[in-house]
Design a protein around this ligand. Structure first.
Ligand code: MG
Length: 339
């Protein structure tokens, strides 16, 4: 197998305002694994807060290249049923190269899965035995903005049937009221660690529930699990961990503080580990959401292939950028179509 990679600066359609700051670009590294006439594309999407860069991903992927060398014949000799396990085993070796580098690892995992799809000539969700009829609708994310820009963004959300709003400012009620002037779609609210006071947060969550908000993401600082547990115990809406939850090993300590976890391929090193998270989280009675970074369609479609295993989906990253090099997925009833 031959792994190649190149950097891309993904431009956001609108500057993205969160409780943590404003962003106009995201660093992405695109990967490709080739094996004879077959190939699979992957992607590492690297928002600044997780610390990965074009340079760090290039360094990591050059090391991963050596692990992939001379593995092609073995992969081709396997039965279809054993290829998923083989990829998961190979990803354990890739994971051992260095700690962190989660998005770079995900780019290898996604490319391996797409290579598998290329070898078999079948869509990934079929190979993984996933039922596309169970696809949850995906939300379309709005950053914090002025009423005029929010209104414009809502007109761009064609085809989506759920809105995700970034909260965590002093104007949370005003933002929701503005959205409600233009849209009565259900809302997912993401506080992005922006709330400070438990009592005020609980009051706000009750108000949000009355406004048609369906779930809350990451209310408090990622390390403040005590406040999250306090709110989770009292909240009329399900509370999800995002920044507090990265990988499988984190499940044990977030399971008691949230109703559910937001699983992103770029946080958890890809599809192989995401599938293990789904299994373990279900055993703990946790709700599951799958999310994304600002990504190309490559990362979004990889997450979409396993999204039918989740209760909620927020896979809109490729609709928020100007220079996605791949075709945008099609939507039906607000759901990504798998094919
Ligand atoms: Mg989030």
């Amino acid at each position: 197998m031959r792994l190649s990679h190149h950097p891309l600066l993904l431009e956001l359609c609108h500057p993205f305002r969160l409780a943590t700051g404003v962003r106009t670009h995201t660093n992405v590294t695109l990967t490709r694994i080739e094996l004879g006439p077959f190939s699979g594309d992957g992607e590492a999407a690297m928002p600044p807060y997780y610390g990965e860069t074009h340079a760090s991903s290039a360094l990591f992927l050059d090391q991963a290249t050596r692990i992939l060398e001379n593995t092609g014949d073995e992969f081709l000799r396997l039965d279809s049923a054993n290829r998923s396990r083989w990829i998961a085993d190979l990803m354990r070796k890739v994971d051992d190269i260095a700690p962190g580098n989660n998005a770079a690892k995900a780019s290898v995992d996604i490319a391996l899965h797409n290579l598998w799809s290329s070898v078999e000539g079948k869509p990934l969700h079929i190979l993984l035995g996933i039922d596309p009829r169970k696809m949850p609708p995906t939300s379309f994310t709005l950053g914090m903005d002025t009423p005029e820009i929010l209104r414009q963004k809502l007109t761009e959300a064609t085809g989506f049937e759920i809105i995700k709003i970034k909260l965590g400012s002093d104007d949370d009620r005003a933002i929701i009221r503005t959205v409600r002037e233009y849209s009565d779609l259900p809302i997912y609210a993401d506080a992005n660690q922006g709330w400070r006071d438990r009592g005020q947060a609980l009051e706000l969550v009750h108000w949000l529930a009355e406004q048609g908000v369906k779930l809350i993401e990451q209310p408090f600082h990622k390390d403040d699990l005590v406040s999250s547990a306090w709110l989770t115990e009292r909240s009329p809406l399900p509370v999800f961990a995002d920044e507090s939850f990265q990988r499988l090993a984190d499940l044990d300590w977030v399971a008691y503080s949230f109703h559910g976890v937001n699983v992103k391929l770029m946080k958890c090193t890809g599809i192989s580990e995401a599938l293990r998270i789904v299994e373990a989280a279900r055993k703990k009675g946790l709700k599951l959401m799958t999310g994304c970074m600002t990504e190309t369609s490559c990362g979004i479609l990889a997450a979409a292939a396993i999204a039918p295993l989740f209760d909620y989906a927020d896979l809109d990253g490729c609709w928020l950028v100007n220079n996605n090099p791949y075709p945008v997925p099609l939507l039906e009833n607000g759901k990504v179509i798998l094919r």
